[in-house]
Write a protein that binds this ligand. Structure first.
Ligand code: HAM
Length: 440
């Protein structure tokens, strides 16, 4: 029988995390958590499985999203289940369920893995982890300023400098008001749905041929004459990139608020509209810049304000503002800018106990056990290689101390601990040597 061996490849578009990848992943998650907590955010989590209705709830567009871009299946109890493609509907569900008991404003963060059935490409995979920070129950624009300042700080805390990235900000509300006023000027009363169609079109604009975009925009607006006016007005608006007008709309207020905090790598960008329909106010994205201040690749972070998402669960709606930041683009960014710390591959192993031969394996385990009980991290190298090889290996793994156990050590109980960075050694009974181990 000639059975074909199974492939060792992972499923398409997902990653395996070998220890060296896991070390990077942990570093990213730890830094994310630290920064989020420094802004008073509390961590929450939920299951990766959600009832599919959570994503279907808002009409036909969502129907298409669930059918084509998610992992959805029917379980044995005939329930339709989806692997969460994003965290925002989930956190809205959690907030809505406890809205009566929570004391707002609530600041929550999580680092979920998300699944999207998309074509794997640079910066986009079928499974990614995403830091989600959301602030609920505060509608004042200072909440928007805080959320964007947090996004900014997240990058600084990895050692990035503001010239390495740019925050592009828009407001759906301000933009819809603008569209309506252009409509009024040409005698067209634009419905919310038409405005949303225009937003969706602009969100996809970069992925479309220019002629196709023009054709579709003309179709949405309905008249060739009105289209010309819209195209002109949109063009003018797209050229406004700074926050120095006298206007006091939420977009200007947020921009000026950020400038007042000393955050200057921000840009007003009326093309930012974000893919999800739930956003109602400020929307923003962060892009990596190269040394010529040019955008490279895809957005590293995206978010915005959503006023009505919790309303789908009934009860009084609670407004939220937040963002998601992906681990794939985060890692690319850190590698690109050489911001990953040198010692990241460290196993964290503090002490390696090396038996000379298999005879001493058990004695080595016993010494390791005692050192571990004293609060240190310890591993034993019970492999069959030569002691010198084991010793070199321990050094490579950034172990701080090594202890070689041979027949003499077993007999006398006297051991030698070597500090691998200073080459200093101490010999004696284990109990007397614990202080030496504390010297990092
Ligand atoms: P999003 O723009 O879909 O927003 O995703 C946010 C970030 O997650 C992106 O900027 C990117 O870094 C990362 N990301 C998204 N899709 C992928 C993928 N397929 N592979 C790798 N990375 C990816 C949201 O998901 C909103 N729910 C965020 C939010 C939270 N809005 C308010 N609160």
């Amino acid at each position: 029988m000639n059975k074909k061996a199974l492939s060792t490849d992972s499923y398409k578009g997902v990653r395996d995390f070998y220890p060296e990848d896991m070390a990077v992943q942990r570093y990213i998650f730890d830094t994310w958590s630290k920064t989020a907590e420094s802004f008073g955010f509390q961590r929450y989590d939920a299951s990766i499985l959600e009832p599919s209705d959570l994503y279907r709830a808002k009409g036909a567009e969502n129907e298409e999203m669930v059918n084509e871009q998610t992992y959805t299946f029917t379980d044995r109890g005939e329930r339709e289940v989806t692997l969460r493609p994003e965290m925002t509907p989930t956190v809205a569900r959690l907030i809505a369920r406890k809205a009566q008991a929570l004391s707002f404003p609530v600041r929550w963060y999580s680092i979920p893995n998300l699944f999207r059935y998309e074509r794997p490409q640079k910066g986009r995979l079928r499974e990614h982890w995403q830091l989600n920070c959301d602030l609920f129950g505060a509608t004042h624009y200072s909440a928007d300023v805080e959320i964007i300042a947090l996004a900014h700080q997240l990058l600084l805390d990895f050692g990035a400098t503001p010239d390495m990235f740019e925050i592009r900000i828009n407001s759906r509300k301000v933009f819809v008001d603008f569209l309506k006023s252009v409509g009024d000027s040409v005698g067209l009363e634009l419905s919310e749905e038409t405005c949303l169609d225009i937003l969706r079109l602009r969100d996809r604009q970069d992925k479309m041929q220019p002629e196709e975009y023009v054709k579709q925009l003309e179709k949405v607006i309905g008249s060739q004459e009105a289209y010309q006016i819209f195209a002109e007005q949109l063009h003018q608006r797209d050229n406004v990139t700074t926050f120095d007008s006298d206007g006091l709309d939420d977009l200007e207020l947020v921009g000026k608020g950020l400038l007042a905090l000393g955050i200057t790598n921000i840009k007003r960008d009326s093309k930012i509209s974000r893919g999800f329909d739930y956003y109602t106010g400020i929307v923003f994205e962060i892009f990596e810049l190269d040394e010529h201040k040019k955008y490279t690749g895809r957005a590293m972070l995206g978010g915005g304000r959503y006023d009505n998402l919790t309303a789908m669960f009934g009860g009084t709606p609670v407004s939220g503002i937040g963002f998601g930041m992906g681990d794939v683009t985060m890692r690319d960014f850190l590698e690109e800018h050489k911001l990953l710390p040198e010692n990241i591959k460290s196993t964290g192993t503090h002490v390696t106990v090396i038996p000379q031969t298999a005879e001493e394996n058990l004695a080595a385990q016993s010494i390791a056990h005692r050192i571990r009980q004293a609060g240190f991290s310890v591993s034993t190298d019970i492999g069959t290689r030569k002691v010198q090889k084991k010793f070199t290996d321990a050094k490579d793994k950034s172990t701080k101390f090594s202890i070689i156990i041979g027949a003499d050590e077993v007999k006398t109980g006297s051991i030698t601990i070597k500090n691998l960075s200073s080459n200093q050694e101490e010999t004696g009974q284990l109990a007397e040597l614990m202080n030496f181990l504390s010297v990092a």
